[in-house]
Design a protein around this ligand. Sequence first.
Ligand SMILES: [Zn+2]
Length: 247
Amino acid sequence: MKKIALLYHEVVDDFKESGFQNNDNLAYMHSTEVFEKHISIYKDLIEKQNATTTNEYLFTFDDGGISNLRSAKILEKNDLRGYYFITTKFIDTKGFLSKEDIINIHKNGHTIGSHSHTHPMIFRTLSKNHMIEEWKKSKNILEEILGEEILSCSIPGGDSDEKTYETAKEVGYKYIFDSEPIVTPRKFDTLEIIGRLSIKASVSDQEFLEILELKNLSSLQRKRKIKGMIKKMIFPIHQYMQNKKNG
Ligand SMILES: [Zn+2]
């Protein structure tokens, strides 16, 4: 069975209202209209596929911006639920969810997970201890708010290495979502690694449908690989730019 996890961030009509405010994030901010269109394209496809597929689609949202309230409502209206990954340091700050919001989203049937505590931009450059601290602190905060165990997390910035998975497992997560365009779940001991297809705001309806149908999966994987190689080559510059972003 394939797990086709879609990666979203904000669903906003004014990008200043929600989430991390930097120009790079604009590429991941969807208008309400576009997001609603995506849901209707998805529903049409599922209806067409009927029982002929065992593929599971997951809607995931990183960062914990206040606009999660909007995307959650849209999903609910369509009998769907999402995964919301919260950067816990920003809870109750401007542009981000409050504790109360998180409780409400959870109450309405969505899954709440950790997106680290402070959102370090290149997660894999952290030491093992620092990673454990990020994973543990955010897990504890969310568990305190919701009164239940938090089993899922997603990697801030999407860049991971083996110790990213190792530390998430050690802290007690069962599912980790990364940003690799891979739809077959991987295993790291007891931890399940779930890849994601990042949905940019610039994709056309047709391109979105092709993403859902996995028509361009190998090209996405190629692009991701090339991007990774470039990042490695320009690593010091990349690191500097990323660290500047979220302060
Ligand atoms: Zn993020």
